[in-house]
Design a protein around this ligand. Structure first.
Ligand SMILES: NC(=O)c1ccc[n+]([C@@H]2O[C@H](COP(=O)([O-])OP(=O)(O)OC[C@H]3O[C@@H](n4cnc5c(N)ncnc54)[C@H](OP(=O)(O)O)[C@@H]3O)[C@@H](O)[C@H]2O)c1
Length: 348
């Protein structure tokens, strides 16, 4: 995005001084039991290289409860009361002094890092690397799903494959998995996805060539039986724990194992540590392993939105919640059983 000077960041008459926001001060017992709706939250400060967006939709990600629930270490980074939420779509209310690429009134979507002023507030402040214009033919509701889940899937897959490569998506039916299957297909790959039997048809409908039902089969054994044919594993789940070791038998020697998922439990932390640190002569896996952390990239957001406008990738939405029902949206997210994304409609 080019950045030059075209406006000032003084508050426009249409922008209020305060806003409605879901906020938490504690997360004891779960964020869904603690967030409460206030009507006098201050608007986020608008730096000169950012935009202020009136949020129309936000979509939730597991990190929206995992990070706040880390407790004290997180409070040091994000003072409370704070609003959760990273992903948004909406309309630009104001642009900072140095922003030229977008104007008030433009429809935008994107992702902000965890902050005191998350996307469960009526307004968010977004830097240009974390947002993009909503292209023609893409709804604000669908665009709100891209920020974390689709961008993460894209960053796991796009740099690591060529057309014709075989990709295994571990966890194909959730927020990241539903985008991952479609992105791998858009890049010309052959896709195998794991999910429970009830979600097999969903994964196939998104383009998965093969589906492994993790509730009925041993995923590692099924893949090992195929031989060293895969170029990439995207692990959205973190289990089974032996999957990276098993990849010695099903990933090509130059293949890669990219992990993003896993609960913050001792068992999963141990799995991540051993996958990342244990050498093969001590029982670790031989294949290259990476724990990927999403980083906001304007070009990636634009590419995904372009595919959506071309009909190559679509948002799979499990449920859209009204703004007042945000705690229920968190309750559903926490079940870990969502089919695609959970969306919150922020405007009446
Ligand atoms: N590192 C990063 O930067 C980053 C970025 C985004 C997400 N993440 C992490 O990645 C993980 C996935 O995120 P998400 O948004 O996709 O979560 P999500 O939407 O909540 O995932 C729910 C899905 O996971 C499936 N699932 C659960 N256990 C499974 C298993 N053992 N095998 C296969 N599928 C299973 C469920 O399918 P069934 O109902 O069929 O079981 C459900 O469809 C989370 O841990 C999240 O925190 C990390």
């Amino acid at each position: 995005m080019s950045i030059t000077n075209n406006s000032n960041n003084t508050t426009s008459p249409a922008t209020p001084k305060t806003m409605r926001a879901w906020v938490y001060t504690s997360t004891r017992g779960g964020i869904e039991k603690n967030i409460h709706l206030i009507s006098d939250a201050p608007l986020p400060f608008l730096p000169k290289d950012a935009i202020l967006v009136k949020v129309h939709y936000s979509s939730l990600n597991p990190a929206d409860y995992k990070f706040p629930e880390l407790g004290l270490p997180m409070r040091a980074l994000i003072p409370t009361p704070a609003s959760p939420g990273m992903d948004f779509s909406g309309v630009v209310a104001q642009v900072g002094d140095s922003v030229d690429a977008l104007r008030a009134g433009d429809a935008v979507f994107g992702r902000i890092p965890p902050t005191k002023h998350g996307s469960l507030g009526e307004y968010v402040c977004a830097r240009l690397d974390g947002c993009a214009a909503v292209p023609a033919g893409v709804s604000l509701q669908d665009a709100s799903c891209i920020g974390t889940a689709a961008q993460t899937a894209y960053q796991c897959i796009a740099p690591n494959v060529s057309p014709g490569d075989k990709v295994f998506v571990n966890g194909g039916s959730g927020g990241t998995g539903t985008f991952g299957i479609q992105i791998a297909k858009a890049l010309g790959c052959h896709v195998t996805a794991s999910c429970s039997g009830k979600n097999a048809d969903l994964c196939r409908s998104l383009g998965a060539d093969e589906v492994v039902d993790y509730t009925a089969e041993d995923v590692s054994q099924v893949l090992k039986a195929k031989g060293q044919v895969y170029q990439l594993v995207v692990d959205n789940v973190g289990t089974p724990a032996d999957l990276h070791k098993a990849a010695d038998h099903f990933l090509r020697p130059d293949g890669k194992f990219v992990q993003i998922g896993g609960e913050f439990t001792m068992a999963n932390i141990t799995t991540v540590m051993s996958r990342g640190l244990l050498p093969s002569f001590l029982g670790g896996g031989k294949r290259k392993w990476q724990y990927l952390v999403t980083s906001n990239t304007h070009a990636d957001l634009e590419q995904i939105a372009k595919w959506m406008s071309e009909g190559k990738v679509k948002a799979i939405i499990d449920e859209v919640f009204q703004y007042e029902d945000a705690p229920k949206a968190f309750e559903k997210l926490r079940t870990g059983r969502a089919k695609g994304k959970i969306v919150i409609k922020s405007t009446a």
